[in-house]
Design a protein around this ligand. Structure first.
Ligand SMILES: Cc1ncc(COP(=O)(O)O)c(C=O)c1O
Length: 499
């Protein structure tokens, strides 16, 4: 992978900012149709491994679903940062093993999940789909709210769904060392866990803000045998450059990615893993939606609205992409809604443009919704949502008008999380509090309108190691963080100027 490179091409005028909740582009009319299309009711829910009276068990999927095969317009290619030509598979071989590169660029609709991976998935999959009856009662809403709960994995979130195959494909190719970044610590824990299963060494750069807020996540990673550094660190050139400018930098995912990519690029025996954003990561997460479709069918339910939080977009894609496939077939017609923090709103305020995935400009150029690669979001408690860009695939689907997006401030998210914890019992990670707050908004609209919509959301992780955030909220010390237009414009001025 090439080192830092400054492009001096002409700048395309940026796309206009997108308002909250705006639908646009072709296919948007699908979102407006009445929901008359339903999943057929199955004979009876199978009652083999029920976790709650409202959870429907199912089998573990045998394939990952690649939505690219079904898109009416293919997403724009990633570009080589030096030549600006479409990226070739060999350009990625410093960073990823061959199988993951194939998946990254594949147009195949279905990709077989190796038996060894399915065998490990069995530790926590299928995950439960639960009807939030007590939350519905608390809100006094006619809506029916369902959540797919991924917190049952060993690391406590959806991230092991991709960590396990990523490490497995690396191990198959004989890779002994892998490096990564982590925001909240959930991804770092997942990769540390997966690495421990396959005897691979794992080194993690954890965003400074989360490293300080979440000491137990660091300890979990170390328990699974990983080495953990706060980012920015003095170990890499990218980290030192940031520390020289701001010795107390809270870090960002963009900086931590630069550090890990730099180490992988400079060490032959080391590969890099990413916990979100890339096509193959979103692909692995589709086990969530595939299971959920069967679970909803077994309950005789059809979602009217599907809601997920978006950092880089992997849990959202994992839940929604298989449902979008069914929507494209005309079988169902749910609204698909992404929720991001107001402090880092790449979809709702960012521009759709080619940009780097990291601060030091080491990654390929990806066409995505971005706040600019050197945008450093304020240190909100949802560390996993502090990423300047959105997955290119989600950005593309958003541009096609196949989904919508909103942004919610963190206090409203934690209000929702407290309601959820006190009715449903589970304490959400800070990231899915965004999805829960949006589901509550929707359920309260239903209360006003009298509609009994089916709301499906992704509860993508538990918050057992995020309790300092809850402490802040409970003490009344949490504040809503947003940023000035000037800060964003300053950052956007630095994205590559493409003709
Ligand atoms: C629990 C949890 N949810 C969501 C996210 C956001 O990532 P993504 O948008 O890729 O799902 C993270 C990221 O670290 C996370 O830890």
């Amino acid at each position: 992978m090439s080192q830092s490179l400054h492009l001096s091409l002409n700048r395309t005028p940026n796309a206009s900012f997108k308002g909250e909740g705006k639908k646009h582009g072709f296919l948007s009319s699908l979102n407006g149709k009445p929901n008359h299309m339903k999943f057929p009711l199955q004979d009876k829910p199978k009652a083999t491994m029920s976790v709650s009276p409202h959870a429907a068990p199912t089998e573990i999927p045998t394939h990952w679903y690649n939505i690219i095969a079904d898109l009416p317009i293919k997403p724009p290619p990633q570009l080589h940062p030096k030549t600006l030509e479409p990226l070739q598979p060999q350009d990625l071989s410093h960073l990823f093993p061959d199988e993951l590169i194939k998946q990254e660029t594949s147009n195949e609709r279905l990709i077989v999940i190796p038996d060894e991976v399915v065998d490990i998935y069995r530790l926590w999959r299928p995950t439960p789909l639960i009807r939030a009856k007590r939350l519905e009662k608390l809100l006094d809403t006619p809506a029916r709210i369902y959540y797919k709960y991924e917190g049952v994995s060993p690391a406590g979130s959806h991230k092991p769904n991709t960590a396990v195959p990523q490490v497995w494909f690396n191990a198959q190719q004989g890779v002994k060392n892998i490096v990564t970044e982590t925001g909240a610590g959930q991804w770092g824990c997942s990769l540390a866990f997966a690495s421990s299963l396959f005897g691979v060494n794992c080194e993690v750069w954890q965003v400074r803000a989360s490293y300080d807020q979440k000491p137990y996540r660091k300890l979990m990673m170390q328990t699974w045998g990983a080495k953990v550094h706060p980012s920015p660190s003095n170990i890499t050139e990218s980290g030192r450059r940031i520390l020289n400018m701001d010795p107390s930098s809270p870090g960002s995912l963009g900086i931590a990615i630069s550090e890990a990519v730099e180490i992988a690029a400079n060490n032959e025996d080391t590969k890099y893993c990413l916990g979100s954003v890339l096509n193959h990561v979103l692909l692995h997460q589709t086990v969530i939606g595939e299971e959920c479709i069967k679970q909803m069918e077994a309950l005789g339910e059809t979602p009217d609205v599907i809601i997920g939080c978006t950092g880089g977009g992997s849990n959202f894609a994992g839940l929604c992409f298989p449902f979008i496939r069914e929507k494209l077939k005309g079988k169902i017609n749910p609204l698909i809604r992404a929720v991001e923090p107001t402090a880092c709103p790449s979809l709702t305020r960012g521009v759709y443009a080619y940009d780097y995935g990291d601060t030091a400009q080491l990654t390929p150029l990806m066409k995505m919704h971005t706040l600019g690669h050197d945008f450093i979001p304020d240190p909100i408690h949802s560390g996993g949502l502090r990423y300047h860009g959105m997955a290119p695939l989600i950005s593309h689907i958003y541009e096609l008008g196949m989904m919508e997006a909103i942004a919610i401030p963190q206090i409203e998210c934690f209000q929702g999380a407290i309601q959820f914890a006190r009715s449903e019992g589970l304490i959400p990670a800070p990231e899915p509090t965004h999805a829960i707050a949006a589901a509550i908004r929707e359920a309260l609209h239903c209360k006003e309108s009298g509609e009994s919509k089916v709301i499906l959301t992704a509860m993508c992780g538990h918050g057992h190691f995020d309790l300092p955030a809850y402490e802040k909220y409970l003490q009344g010390a949490m504040v809503d963080l947003s940023f000035s237009e000037d800060k964003m414009q300053a950052s956007l001025a630095n994205i590559p100027h493409m003709s």
